[in-house]
Design a protein around this ligand. Structure first.
Ligand code: DSN
Length: 428
């Protein structure tokens, strides 16, 4: 029986092992431009795939409902200490399994069913869990949604006048700031003022921007928000998980009860260990340079695409996101995503503001630079990547044989570029 403890995955289950090998190969040979993805360190993978997965630890450090928690307590304490330093906050809960669950915990802590919430609409680049109709946030609460300006000098930018007017009209108990596709700096201070005017909680979901905030390249919302939530695996480049931060002691008590026992049972202590590693890495000076590089690469990608005749939603980027409008080229997001995937460039179709096409088709694409930046791509590489994207998308308007030739050549270039930046040499 003890044999199973000493057999590697390769020897014990070749079928599953083969899927891991193939996924590693895909990650090695594709340019990953999905804005919410990243390539964490081997140390993060080691911690996440560790013996701490064996441990039940319901409760919080020093107050568990199980024996044998001495070392998982230490891992959680290290993670808490590091995250508070990283984001300059007083209190944190690190037990939510995902960003969606972190947001649910905040709702459970601060709202009653049918309360009014005000969040950014999915159609304007917001997130599903901020009040979209198919999500629990849109079903259990009276969700009012704000968006971005349709035209004028501020086209595509958050319509703060609308946020204010909707807040005054609906008197929400909670205002949610944060987004999934919005590439610009969000004015947390303005959201704070609007929230104060109507006596609402301000919750910031910084999931997309948290790595840039940790690297001091994007404003930290903690001094303005009552509560901040985030995933830990996007720009932050860590374990696949989430966190909740606040400076308010009364709120953290409510949040802790909402996470456990309100929503969850045992926390994932292997993920906790991996989060401790994540925050440790993000506290290092190199992380500042990584964050700067992520943004510099996104700016080059955006400029290259503009020079090739594409329109970028909001006209550019202040972050890791480049949001492409395909309407001037008469293309749709679904076809563009598929063709780029065929040449080895992974991205996702994404609705643009006021999109005439349905969500499964869309008129846009969302690109992000964190994963490729983590493996070493620089601004010169992103200039090349921008031109490859433009070549492939423009080829959709050509004869099939010409398109095939361009796609074959581009795929070779993609594999060549990726081979300059290998990942996880020794991992498997
Ligand atoms: N669905 C994620 C994204 O891609 O932005 C956010 O949860």
């Amino acid at each position: 029986m003890t044999e199973i403890y000493n057999q590697s995955l390769k020897d014990s289950d070749s079928e599953v092992f083969a899927t891991l090998r193939k996924e590693l190969e895909r990650q090695q040979n594709q340019i990953e431009l999905i804005a919410s993805e990243n390539i964490p360190s081997l140390a993060v993978l080691n911690a996440q795939g560790s013996v701490m997965t064996n441990k039940y630890a319901e409760g919080y450090p020093g107050r568990r409902y199980y024996g044998g928690c001495e070392f998982v307590d230490q891992a959680e304490e290290i993670a808490l200490e590091r995250v508070k330093k990283l984001f300059n906050c007083k209190f944190a809960n690190l037990q939510s399994h995902s960003g969606a669950q972190a947001n649910q915990a905040v709702f459970l802590a601060l709202l009653q069913p049918h309360d009014t919430i005000l969040g950014m609409s999915l159609a304007s680049g917001g997130h599903l869990t901020h009040g979209a109709k198919p999500n629990i946030s849109g079903k259990w609460f009276n969700a009012v949604q704000y968006g971005v300006k349709k035209d004028g000098n501020d086209k595509d930018l958050i319509d703060y006048d609308e946020v204010e007017q909707l807040a005054k009209e609906h008197r929400p108990k909670m205002i949610i700031a944060g987004a999934s596709a919005y590439p610009r700096i969000i004015d947390w201070k303005k959201f704070r003022r609007i929230s104060d005017d109507v006596d609402a909680y301000l919750v910031v979901d910084m999931a997309h921007y948290s790595g840039l905030i940790a690297g001091k390249q994007y404003p930290n919302p903690i001094e303005h928000a009552d509560v901040v939530t985030s995933t830990t695996h996007k720009t932050l480049r860590g374990a696949r998980s989430a966190m909740i931060l606040t400076n308010n002691e009364d709120l953290i008590k409510k949040i802790n009860s909402a996470v456990f026992p309100g929503l969850q049972g045992g926390p994932l202590m292997h993920v906790m260990a991996a989060k401790a590693v994540t925050f440790g890495e993000a506290l290092k000076p190199e992380f500042v340079q990584y964050s700067k590089n992520v943004i510099a690469n996104a700016k080059v990608l955006s400029e290259t695409l503009v020079n090739r005749g594409f329109r970028i939603v909001t006209g550019g980027t202040d972050s890791h996101i480049v949001w492409l409008d395909l309407t001037p080229k008469n293309l749709t997001g679904d076809k563009a995503e598929k063709l780029l995937e065929d040449v080895g460039i992974a991205c996702n179709k994404n609705a643009i503001p006021y999109d005439p096409n349905p969500p499964k088709i869309t008129s846009g694409l969302r690109f992000g630079t964190p994963a490729a930046t983590s493996r070493g791509f620089n601004t010169k590489d992103f200039h090349t990547v921008g031109n490859m994207i433009a070549d492939v998308l423009d080829s959709l308007l050509l004869e099939e044989s010409e398109r095939e030739e361009i796609c074959t050549t581009t795929n070779k270039k993609v594999i060549g570029l990726c081979s300059n930046y290998p990942i996880y040499n020794e991992a498997y």
